[in-house]
Design a protein around this ligand. Structure first.
Ligand SMILES: *Cc1c(COP(=O)(O)O)cnc(C)c1O
Length: 392
């Protein structure tokens, strides 16, 4: 089908809930994509951090197709090997104790919030269900995770929202103390605020939040839906911050392109969910789990070191271009934010770049790059050349 034909069908039959780029992607290899009209694009998005090994990675493809040919789904009422292996790999590499699988980031965070509330209920009884989150955070689009998201623009239309969230300012421990109370059970945060604009939290703030959680017997919940699974140069970002959380959510990059996610708990929280208290039909799907096993096996120390090197390479190149419309870069590993300056908005710059063959994202008021972690030097250079030529 032509782009025009696809677009016409989409306009007619799909709800208009997304602002779309004016291109229909057909297939990809690594960090390179081709549209239905055969035009080539360099991918600095990885499908919003999902295609962590790039597109059509051979080993990943073999892992998921072999699993699909054996068994594509069976439900959580039976054991399967890829499921148990994924859980083991996650725990042994993070120091966490056990895992509950779901299918998306929002669902993973819902599970993490439920875990915190039930942990507190089991220990203290009712009235201690409040979770402190940070302003400018993003935790998902379900009613509860919208409420957890600390941005007013997300608290519209869908009333009533779930109660039990209070917001504090990032990097301001006094602001966290100011909303403390006897009703609080947990603090939940992203270590690098992703959708909010790629804003890494200060090390000292994170250490002090962890200390406060210890003192007050609150759980420390880390939303690693975007930062997790190698994106920041360690398997999970908390491993760079020197804290050991009580629970960690993950999704986006875990299965290399298939819908998968979940929450890991530490020893203290390992028995919070007993049979019947939480569940999901698709969670732990064997094909997605086979993808996750493969992704985790690929992410050894050498792979993760390369993520850091590539991130530094892209950031240095962007800063050296000294383009008038771009300012400073920030981020961790291959999670990169670029400040936008001047008359054109980040949306306008992103649309221009896409038109010229480089797919990029926006976040907050800036641009955001989340390339596949396997992106080659040649692909980075091609993408950077498009950036320079288009925005000069
Ligand atoms: C993307 C994201 C979510 C939501 O994930 P979905 O899979 O879209 O539900 C939650 N938290 C963070 C930090 C995210 O980046």
């Amino acid at each position: 089908m032509t782009f025009e034909a696809i677009k016409a069908l989409d306009e007619q039959y799909v709800m208009h809930s997304y602002g779309r780029n004016q291109v229909a992607i057909d297939h990809g290899k690594g960090a390179t994509l081709w549209s239905v009209d055969g035009k080539e694009y360099i991918d600095f998005t990885a499908g919003i951090g999902v295609a962590s090994l790039g597109h059509a990675d051979e080993g990943w493809l073999k892992a998921i197709t072999c699993q699909a040919a054996r068994l594509s789904h069976i439900s959580n009422l039976f054991y399967t090997e890829p499921y148990a292996l994924t859980a083991q790999k996650l725990c042994t590499r993070t120091g966490m104790s056990n895992v509950m699988f779901g299918n998306s980031g929002a669902e993973a965070n819902e599970a993490m919030i439920k875990l915190a509330r039930k942990w507190s209920f089991d220990k203290y009884g009712k009235g201690r269900g409040t979770v402190i989150t940070l302003r400018n955070s993003f935790h998902g689009r379900t009613i509860t995770t919208l409420a957890a998201t600390g941005q007013d623009k997300f608290h519209n239309y869908f009333f009533p929202f779930t109660e039990g969230f209070r917001y504090a300012d990032a990097n301001d421990i006094e602001s966290v103390e100011a909303v403390a109370g006897h009703d609080v059970c947990a603090v939940m945060l992203e270590l690098v605020q992703g959708e909010g604009g790629v804003l890494p939290l200060d090390q000292e703030f994170v250490t002090r939040v962890a200390d406060l959680c210890g003192k007050r017997d609150w759980l420390l919940l880390i939303d690693e839906v975007q930062t997790g699974v190698g994106r920041t140069g360690t398997l999970f970002a908390f491993q760079q911050y020197g804290v050991q959380p009580d629970a960690v959510s993950f999704a986006k990059g875990i299965a290399g392109g298939l819908p998968f996610g979940g929450v890991m708990a530490n020893e203290k929280c390992r028995d919070v969910f007993s049979p019947g208290t939480h569940g999901t039909t698709f969670g732990g799907n064997p094909v997605a789990a086979a993808g996750a096993c493969y992704v985790l096996d690929r992410m050894d120390e050498a792979f993760l070191d390369q993520v850091l090197e590539k991130g530094n390479y892209i950031r240095r190149a962007v800063e050296e271009m000294a383009l008038p419309c771009l300012g400073k870069t920030r981020g961790l590993g291959l999670m990169i934010g670029v400040e936008v300056r001047g008359a054109r908005t980040n949306q306008e710059l992103a649309a221009l770049l896409v038109e010229h063959g480089l797919l990029v994202l926006t976040a907050g008021p800036g641009l955001r790059f989340l390339p596949p972690l396997t992106i080659t030097k040649e692909e980075m250079d091609k993408g950077l050349a498009i950036l320079r030529e288009t925005l000069a």
